[in-house]
Design a protein around this ligand. Structure first.
Ligand code: GDP
Length: 224
């Protein structure tokens, strides 16, 4: 069973001072509105409505934290970032998004990886490049090419190759990985779940904690 199936809602952060302080590793999920982020989170965590679609009315411009691991020993967080890029978003909403999400990505020390949702038919947009520009080069990026079911096998392979080539050329120093993904057709779910879980363990293995042995390792759990 994947670590991610232990996810449960922990807290909503509307201002950076509300961020959890334990320093546990965080993997952030980001993407354009409608890219399939909430569908991906829900299927990866095996929940029907853990994360809410950008199209849900009243959805706030906040970071939603989901705790992972056994109930008594949280070992990390999934962070659902607000979707970006609705053309209709008023200036104030865009500005608040930039403030919160930009500052979070630029300065958040416990951030160990970014999962970037890219609609396979749209590829990488200017807004995605903006997000990547905020994210420190040391943070590995897992690109999920979402809604892969909308394309044929050949088109999927071509899109994967194009996206990989484009991003590797533009950001040669970055650690990128890409997975073809479909929430509706259950493509790439196991692979993505395992990769994401591995970021939490890697943090502890590489950490400079005085006594990393005592840190709770993120291993699969049967917690519902
Ligand atoms: P979010 O705004 O990024 O959270 O995107 P959602 O998860 O709400 O998805 C946006 C739209 O795309 C919804 O209509 C979903 O039903 C649809 N969608 C999401 N994932 C998939 C997928 O894997 N395949 C297909 N065909 N549609 C999807």
């Amino acid at each position: 069973m994947s670590l991610l199936t232990s996810a449960r809602f922990a807290t909503t952060v509307a201002q950076l001072r509300q961020l959890p302080e334990q320093g546990l590793p965080e993997v952030a999920f980001a993407g354009r509105s409608n890219a399939g982020k909430s569908s991906a989170l829900n299927i990866l965590c095996n929940r029907r409505r853990l994360a809410f679609s950008s199209s849900t009315p009243g959805r706030t411009q906040a970071l939603n934290f989901f705790a992972l691991g056994a109930a008594e020993s949280v070992c990390g967080y999934l962070v659902d970032m607000p979707g970006y890029g609705y053309a209709v978003a008023p200036g104030a909403v865009r500005d608040s998004w930039k403030g919160l999400a930009g500052d979070y990505l630029r300065h958040r020390q416990p951030l160990v990886a970014l999962v970037l949702m890219l609609d396979i038919r749209r590829g990488v947009t200017e807004l995605d490049h903006g997000l990547l520009a905020w994210t420190p080069h040391t943070i590995p990026i897992l690109g999920l090419l979402t809604k892969a079911d909308k394309l044929s096998r050949n088109q999927q392979r071509a899109a994967l190759a194009t996206t990989r080539a484009e991003l590797s050329a533009k950001y040669p120093a970055r650690d990128f990985e890409f997975i073809l993904f479909s929430a509706t057709h259950r493509v790439g779910i196991e692979e993505a779940g395992e990769r994401i879980a591995s970021y939490y363990d890697a943090k502890f293995l590489n950490s400079n904690l005085p006594n990393p042995i005592e840190a709770p390792l993120c291993t699969p759990t049967n917690t519902p």
